[in-house]
Every structure is written in C-alpha cells, then in structure tokens.
Write a protein that binds this ligand. Structure first.
Ligand SMILES: Cc1cc2nc3c(=O)[nH]c(=O)nc-3n(C[C@H](O)[C@H](O)[C@H](O)COP(=O)(O)OP(=O)(O)OC[C@H]3O[C@@H](n4cnc5c(N)ncnc54)[C@H](O)[C@@H]3O)c2cc1C
Ligand code: SF4
Length: 476
C-alpha cells in the first residue's frame, strides 16, 4: 500500500462504524417511507476511510458480484466520488438497490476483516447506496448505449432483477431485447414483493426507465405459457432467458388453516405495494387486527413490518427456531423489534382456531433445538405440554417459496428434483439449445444480488451464442 493510501485509509481504530441515521421507530412505523437517511458526503468519505485495505479482501469474496470494494472505498475516502461510483457500477447492474437490500451482515460486511477483529465492519452497503444515489443526482449514470446495433433479438421471460440485469448487458452489446412479464409493472419482487420502507419504488422505476431509454422493450401483462406460448417466443427470438422466479407458497399444514383470515404472504405484500403505488386494490389490511405471521425469513419480516404500518392492534411473529437461527437479515429483525413486533422464537403453530369460520387464535407449541441434521441445521422438536395461544384476526403464512410447475411453460426443460430449472453452473444454458435460465428459478428462493449475478453471467454466455448464430447465418 502506498504511503498516500495509508494516510487516507485504516482509520478504523479512531473512527467507529456508523450507519446512516435511521428514522425514529415510532415515526417511521406511521408511513411506508425508507427508514435510512443518506450519508452526508463527508460521512461517506469518513466511513470509507475505515477500510483496512487488506491484501486478501474477504469482503469481495463475500459479495456474490465480487465487487471491487476496497478500491471503491479508497476512491470514496479520497473524495473521488465519480470514479468510486464508476468502479462499483462495473460489476453491479443496480448498486443502489443492493446497497439498500442486500443482507450485508451475511455477505460483504459479514466477511469484513475489521469486523472479525472486533472493530465493527465498514458500512459497505450504505456507502455503495450513497455513491450510486449521488451519481444519479449528478447525472453520472451514463445512458445505456449499445456499442452497435445487431440484428438478432433476445426474449427474456421475467422482469425481476435477473431479467433486468441480463437485459441491460445484452442491450449494451447491441442485441434487440424484449422483456416479457405477467405483471403490469416491471421489477419482479423488487416492485411487488419487497416493501417500500426497504426499497422505494421510485428507485426501481428509475432503473426500468434507464433500460427503456436504452431501447429495451417491455411487454407487460403477458403471461408466457398462457397469453403467448413458449414456442411462439422461441420462433420470434434467437435466444431466450427464463428468469421467472419462484412463486408457489409453502402452505401451513396444521388443522384449521383453511379458515377465513389465514392468508399467503406474497399477495398481501403485492397488494400493499400496489396501494402504495396509487393503484385501486381491494385488500384486507391489518388495520385494527391482531396479526400473527408465521416464518422467520425476509418475507416474514416484511409482513410483520407492513402490518405494523397498516396499524394492526398487535403483531406477533412465530418462528420455530431461535433468533440466532433466523434465515432473514439480522438487521431487518432488529428493525422489526424496534417497531414493536412481538417475537415468539422457538414456537411452532399447532392448530388454527375460529369462530363462525373466521380465525380467532393460533395455538402454538414451544420447541427445543437439538443436534444438527445432515445439512448442518439443528433439528427442532416440540416440548411436551408447552402449548400456548396467540390471539389472531389475521394469520399470514410466510414459509417460503418453491417453483411453479415449469412444465406449463415448456415441457422440454430439464428440471431438478426441487422443480427448479437445471442450467449450466456458470453459463446458465439449459438442456434446450439457445434457452438460458437465471435467478431464483435456477437457484431456488435466494437474493437479489445472486439474481443480478446470474443474469449478468447468463447474458455473457448468450452474447457468445448470438455471435455464433450471427456467424452461422452469414455463412449460409
Ligand atoms: C417478500 C420478499 C422479500 C425479499 N426481500 C429481499 C431482500 O431484502 N434482499 C434480497 O436480496 N432479496 C430479497 N428477497 C428475494 C429476492 O426478491 C429474489 O431472490 C429476487 O427477486 C429473485 O429475482 P428473479 O429475477 O430471479 O425473480 P423475480 O424477482 O421473482 O422476478 C420474476 C418475474 O418473472 C415474472 N414471471 C413469472 N412467470 C412468468 C411467466 N410465465 N410469464 C411472464 N412473466 C413471468 C414474474 O411476474 C416476476 O416479475 C425477497 C423476496 C421476497 C418474496
Ligand atoms: S452487492 Fe451486496 S454483497 Fe456486494 S458489496 Fe454491495 S451490498 Fe455487499
């Protein structure tokens, strides 16, 4: 490391890690606005200077996109904000989105060396978000301009982060790109799953407009397999990317779960987001209700916090393992606790009870953590005679998602035992030539940053395929 960079960096001993200011829990629970403020520029610079510039940057390995974090932290600490943004944008199609919603505690920041030595991680995500928001504000985000126009076209099924990342990369190379989605808006779960208080929808719309301005065509309200067949798309485009995500909800399997008031998480969150976008939606909100959410992942946290904002009388989360074993982001769980959510850890639902067909309570049982199973996760067993009741007018099932039946889309696609699409691990080609797949439909329910990574990798392989097709056509 040069003397100059030693002077700029390694400030972690004298400067504490500091996240951007969070709005007061009571105030933010009154609305759906994002909860973190931006860093002021001097704070982003100061926080970047805490990086220890280690020889082996574990943060980079912890980031699914292998972002060159130490270098853009250095540029940011030097006040070279435009260059810092440009470097971060080289590996990430949506840095401002990842900076907001990656579970950094499990990824880049969890791997940060100064975190391991007890100084508290560099606030990588918050800096990445600030750099990119600042770049948008200053007009530094370059318009999407293809290197040259090429004749062949690509059809992308699914306008979630995997599809959008691939669309951008392919359009940059000059291919004609059409993105099909069954929803009325693009964005996938960025638009209709993740609530506004984590990711403002204007941020997603800005990215989509950027693609539209660069010539990407969006064909919305189009369910591929129903409104247009896969084979028709195949004939229309030289290559196809399937980026359809996973949408089949895991259902609660206890007596009584068919009664009124027991609902699925995703339609609940989708409708809430639609309301926030100004759409006219008929939905049962949580207002004045005792709400019980079952599950411990990101979806469960989004449901409890949405219910708080809809002015529920009480919100309780039931999760069968303990807090340390929750699959969602620890930060989001803390945010939910601060906003008044009551957590019942080591508790599993046993039965749902009703009056005249309307849910009235959930009977739950205390669980005990046991030895790890073959996958390494501790097994849980119910404790005898440890039942308790939780009052409920609304029960939200947030137990995760599995793939829908892909046979309806194309029966030739080879699937895994879990129903996800089998694809090459780095090129993402399926068993059908010219058909690629990426994101949750390959990996199973995962993260936005992984969807972006796979969308980018699939696009790189599709680009090569399309070049070969072009050469073949020219030779014919
Ligand atoms: C409630 C919730 C909260 C989450 N929070 C976080 C978080 O905080 N951080 C994080 O990193 N990850 C989070 N995730 C996970 C993340 O959203 C997903 O991993 C990511 O969106 C997957 O991207 P994708 O592009 O593969 O699929 P999706 O985002 O699911 O997009 C798929 C798109 O395909 C469309 N589609 C499906 N079938 C068809 C068809 N036949 N024809 C046309 N269109 C079709 C869908 O309408 C959808 O728009 C969350 C997930 C949920 C459900
Ligand atoms: S993309 Fe996500 S994991 Fe990678 S540096 Fe940004 S916040 Fe961290």
């Amino acid at each position: 490391m040069s003397k100059q960079s030693t002077e700029t960096m390694l400030k972690f001993i004298g400067i504490d890690g500091e996240m951007p200011a969070k709005r007061d829990a009571k105030i933010r629970a009154e609305d759906f606005g994002e909860i973190y403020a931006d860093y002021i520029k001097s704070k982003a610079k100061e926080q970047s200077s805490r990086c220890s510039q280690c020889g082996v940057p574990f943060c980079q390995s912890g980031c699914p996109l292998q972002n060159n974090i130490p270098d853009w932290l250095y540029l940011s600490a030097e006040g070279r904000l435009k260059e810092a943004y440009q470097l971060s944008a080289q590996t990430n199609s949506m840095p401002e989105i990842c900076g907001r919603i990656c579970p950094q505690d499990r990824l880049c920041e969890g791997a940060c060396v100064i975190e391991k030595s007890g100084h508290g991680s560099v606030t990588i995500g918050a800096i990445e978000k600030t750099l990119t928001d600042n770049a948008w504000e200053n007009g530094w985000v370059a318009p999407l301009k293809p290197v040259s126009e090429r004749g062949l076209s690509v059809g992308i099924i699914g306008a979630g982060p995997a599809g959008l990342a691939a669309a951008e990369a392919l359009r940059e190379q000059g291919w004609q790109v059409s993105v099909y989605d069954r929803h009325d808006r693009a964005g996938g779960l960025l638009m209709y799953g993740i609530p506004n208080f984590k990711l403002d929808k204007k941020i997603v719309e800005r990215r989509i407009d950027h693609l539209k301005d660069g010539g990407v065509e969006f064909v919305l309200n189009t369910n591929v397999g129903t409104d247009i067949s896969f084979n028709e798309l195949r004939k229309k485009h030289a290559a196809i990317l399937v980026a359809t995500g996973v949408y089949k909800s895991r259902a609660l399997q206890v007596p009584g779960c068919g009664v009124e008031g027991v609902i699925e998480a995703l339609p609940y969150l989708t409708n809430s987001n639609k309301l926030g976008l100004g759409d006219k939606v008929k939905m049962d909100t949580a207002q004045d209700k005792h709400v019980v959410v079952i599950g411990g992942g990101d979806t469960a946290m989004d449901c409890v916090r949405t219910a708080v904002r809809q002015k529920a009388k009480s919100v309780t989360c039931l999760y069968r393992r303990d807090q340390a074993n929750m699959p969602g982001s620890a930060r989001e769980t803390q945010n939910a606790m601060d906003e008044g959510v009551n957590f019942e850890w080591l508790a599993a639902p046993q039965s749902i009870h009703d009056k005249d067909g309307q849910v009235t309570k959930v009977r739950a049982v205390r669980m005990r953590l046991g030895l790890p199973d073959r996958s390494g996760r501790q097994i849980v067993t119910p404790i005898k005679d440890a039942e308790f009741d939780v009052k409920a007018d609304m029960v939200i099932q947030a137990l995760g998602f599995t793939p829908e039946n892909m046979g309806g889309l194309n029966s030739d696609l080879r699937l895994t035992d879990y129903g996800t699409i089998k694809a090459h691990p780095t090129k993402f080609e399926t068993n059908v030539p010219g058909v690629y797949a990426a994101g949750d439909i390959v990996r199973g329910a995962s993260l936005v940053v992984w969807a972006i990574r796979e969308g980018r990798d699939a696009a790189a392989a599709m680009h090569q395929y399309l070049i070969e097709q072009t050469t073949q056509i020219a030779a014919e």
